[in-house]
Write a protein of this length. Structure first.
Lengths: 111, 113
């Protein structure tokens, strides 16, 4: 069964304090791993797609990496506006393009 | 997102009444999805559509039905609402089979009392 587990569930950082969010996955034939950002009361917003182990993508203070079993979302020198819930999702060859989501990590960055 | 609109944004309904949520897209994408989001469960797929009149069940489809008579509209119906269906419902669209991710709507917060 395809599964995605994110850790930690919640993370509190001081502004400028770098850290990483983890996404562990089990999927038959990974076709893509996705990171989304979700602000309260809004729909998830697309951040990155990673397709193969070793791939990395960057956007401002965020960097996503991928191995054969997990993905990391590294946040460098975060700012309060980075506070949000970050969702990880995968799609595999066995689920015809449907995304399977983890439960998310809620990040709070204090000034 | 400007290309996908959900309505209503908020709804309170009574147990046992039928409820229909609407998702409208202007992107002409083939694939449309309905998810629900609950604390402790994350986003779970209810139903999805891979074309006009082509739909299939997701992992939590019991108590829900869908219809897609036009490319741009995907309707989710709760035949007889129950308190366990209180949730936030998100519609999503994708041009391909989800390999490039989805675009999500802003959600509908449904409360069943």
């Amino acid at each position: 069964e395809d599964q995605v587990t994110q850790s930690p569930e919640a993370l509190r950082l001081q502004e400028g304090e770098s850290s990483s969010l983890n996404c562990s996955y089990t999927v038959s034939g990974l076709r893509g791993l996705f990171w989304y950002r979700q602000d309260p009361g809004k729909g998830p917003e697309f951040l990155f797609t990673l397709y193969s182990a070793g791939e990395e993508k960057e956007k401002e203070r965020l960097k996503a990496t991928l191995t054969k079993k997990e993905s990391f979302l590294h946040i460098t020198a975060p700012k309060p506006e980075d506070s949000a819930t970050y969702l990880c999702a995968v799609t595999g060859s066995g689920n015809t393009g449907k995304l399977i989501f983890g439960q998310g990590t809620t990040l709070q960055v204090k000034p | 997102d400007a290309g996908i609109t959900q309505s209503p944004r908020h709804k309170v309904t009574e147990t046992g009444t039928p409820v229909t949520l609407r998702c409208h897209q202007t992107e002409n994408h083939r694939y449309m999805y309905w998810y629900r989001q609950d604390p402790g469960h994350g986003l779970r797929l209810i139903h999805y559509s891979y074309g006009v009149k082509d739909t299939d069940k997701g992992e939590v489809s019991d108590g829900y039905s869908v219809s897609r008579s036009k490319t741009e509209d995907f309707l989710l119906t709760l035949e007889s609402a129950t308190s366990s269906q209180t949730s936030v419902y998100f519609c999503a669209i994708s041009e391909y089979q989800g390999d490039y991710g989805y675009t999500f709507g802003s959600g509908t917060r449904l409360t069943v009392v």
